[in-house]
Write a protein that binds this ligand. Structure first.
Ligand SMILES: [Ca+2]
Ligand SMILES: [Ca+2]
Length: 111
């Protein structure tokens, strides 16, 4: 489940996470529940046609930028959509990648 790790980092984290999470994350630690909650909010906002998957266009609109590497990194089966299941998996991968000391909490020095 580390397929996206090669090009994930601070840039991907910023692109994937909503502004509310970033504002919170700048000066505080967060656990996976807070991380998932913020990403769930992002998915709900981004999935404008409510089909429980994100298209390239929905992702671009939600991020305000085109990020094919980030999109492809989460579209594990390559069908052109990030399903909710893929989104959840990519969140786990992303958290695990960012949580470098493996203590289950992201601290500001880790992102
Ligand atoms: Ca959708
Ligand atoms: Ca997919």
């Amino acid at each position: 489940m580390r397929r996206i790790a090669s090009y994930l980092g601070a840039v991907a984290f910023i692109a994937i996470c909503p502004a509310s999470l970033m504002a919170q994350s700048l000066d505080s630690a967060m656990d996976i529940l807070q991380f998932d909650a913020a990403r769930n909010d992002f998915f709900a906002q981004a999935d404008t046609n409510l089909d429980l998957r994100l298209s390239q266009n929905e992702m671009t609109d939600a991020l305000g930028l085109t990020a094919p590497a980030i999109f492809d990194g989460q579209d594990y089966d390559g069908d052109g959509y990030i399903s909710y299941s893929e989104y959840l998996d990519s969140g786990e991968d992303l958290f695990a990648t960012l949580d470098r000391n493996g203590d289950g909490v992201l601290t500001p020095d880790e992102y």
